[in-house]
Design a protein around this ligand. Structure first.
Ligand code: ADP
Ligand code: MG
Length: 240
């Protein structure tokens, strides 16, 4: 589904991704772990060309995102993204947050988009919040709306960049539970997270980044019990 080959990214003189190669299969749940500044967000953002790779290739469902003939908007429509800080439209109700892009981008009728939105709100446990504005919601509720909004575009793949890092501790579980049920539906997911329990339980594979290099690419059972690199061993010793 997503094929990353020799991916490099520099900002000016700073080389922040170094020769990363990995393949994310359809239906796989991959967590990306690593110290702050190791390049996790940049890696994620290169997958849908929110950042331009400096070298190497990223091929999404057969489409090379660097190829000038590729319509990047088509690729982005297939990939939903959820951020640490939600990025909901503050001036729209929850329902309109979900219905907006499907009507504007996919040409759905308002009625169809709203029906889809209601269905998704039910899936994330927020049916009763359809008419609320985001400012009236808790952080956990906002993030569940953000996930539902991304799903309203019916993506093939979902990218998450530290979706629970800005939440109060008591709200982390409700968001992780939604992500877990999404994983159970077979959604392809790439998740930058510090939630090691989630990674261990839900992920098919863990990518560990350190200073821009992919130093571990392993199933969680292997990564958490016998990481190969000293960097990963040090990292896990500090946080577990
Ligand atoms: P992480 O998500 O693992 O904390 P990032 O991908 O955000 O790491 O950042 C990796 C490195 O790239 C950091 O040193 C960061 O300062 C740098 N960086 C990220 N985005 C930019 C940018 N737009 N311009 C310059 N440097 C950046
Ligand atoms: Mg980051």
């Amino acid at each position: 589904m997503i094929n990353v080959k020799n991916l490099d990214k520099s900002f000016g003189d700073a080389r922040v991704l170094k020769d990363i190669s990995t393949t994310i299969e359809k239906g796989e749940v991959v967590t990306v772990i690593g110290p702050s500044g190791s390049g996790k967000s940049t890696f994620l953002r290169c997958l849908n060309k929110l950042e331009d790779p400096s070298g190497g290739s990223v091929v999404v469902d057969g489409k090379d995102i660097m190829d000038p003939n590729t319509n990047i908007n088509d690729v982005r429509e297939q990939i939903g993204m959820v951020f640490q800080h939600f990025h909901l439209f503050p001036h729209m109700s929850v329902l309109d947050n979900l219905a907006y892009a499907p009507t504007k981008v996919k040409g759905l009728s308002k009625a169809d988009a709203e029906a889809r939105a209601q269905d998704l709100l039910q899936k994330v446990g927020l049916s009763d919040k359809a008419e609320q504005y985001p400012s009236r919601l808790s952080g956990g509720q906002k993030q569940r709306v953000a996930i539902a909004r991304a799903l309203a575009m019916e993506p093939d793949t979902m990218l998450f960049d530290e979706p629970t890092s800005a939440l109060d501790p008591e709200m982390v579980k409700e968001v992780l539970d939604v992500m877990k049920s999404l994983a159970d539906t077979g959604m392809t997911m790439v998740i930058v997270t510090h939630e090691m329990g989630f990674a261990r339980e839900v992920a098919d594979r863990v990518l560990f980044l350190d200073e821009g290099r992919l130093v571990e690419d392993a199933p969680p059972a292997t990564f958490f019990s016998q990481p190969e690199s000293e960097r990963a061993q040090d990292f896990l010793a500090k946080i577990l």
